[in-house]
Write a protein that binds this ligand. Structure first.
Ligand code: AMP
Length: 121
């Protein structure tokens, strides 16, 4: 899939639409999900133009990959969920139910999150 520079997260990165920012560094931005599925629901995205985890793994620099991994853990700590436990998730493509075609890592926490995945639908 080719990267769509007008996807909503690209527009957030360009400052064209606002977000509820949680953390930012050279390579990543983290912000609260607009439709939270848990008391803590934060999205961490790379600033680079990567469609998905697959695309990122294939094309991102070592520095970008390290930054994203570290940002996810840092943001979980900042959100106060590290001690009780939390979940990270990245949806990929059609079967993964990815809605926004810019890589994003979901961070969920703040309650018991239950079984790992729901039924198909
Ligand atoms: P996914 O299905 O993994 O692509 O998830 C996309 C996520 O982006 C959903 O959880 C949406 O609620 C979230 N989302 C969509 N638009 C925005 C926005 N403008 N600001 C924050 N989160 C958003």
């Amino acid at each position: 899939m080719t990267y769509d520079p007008n996807n909503i997260f690209a527009r957030i990165l360009r400052g064209e639409i606002p977000c509820s920012k949680v953390h930012e560094d050279e390579h990543t931005l983290a912000f609260n999900d607009i439709n939270p599925q848990a008391p803590v629901h934060i999205l961490v995205i790379p600033k680079g133009a990567y469609v998905s985890f697959d695309d990122f793994a294939a094309k991102a620099s070592e520095a970008e990959i390290a930054a994203l991994v570290r940002a996810v853990a840092k943001v979980a700590g900042m959100a106060g969920v590290a001690e009780d436990g939390w979940r990270l998730l990245s949806n990929i493509g059609v079967n993964g139910h990815q809605e926004v075609p810019h890589l994003h890592i979901h961070i969920f926490g703040g309650r018991k999150l239950g079984a790992m995945i729901g039924k198909a639908g």
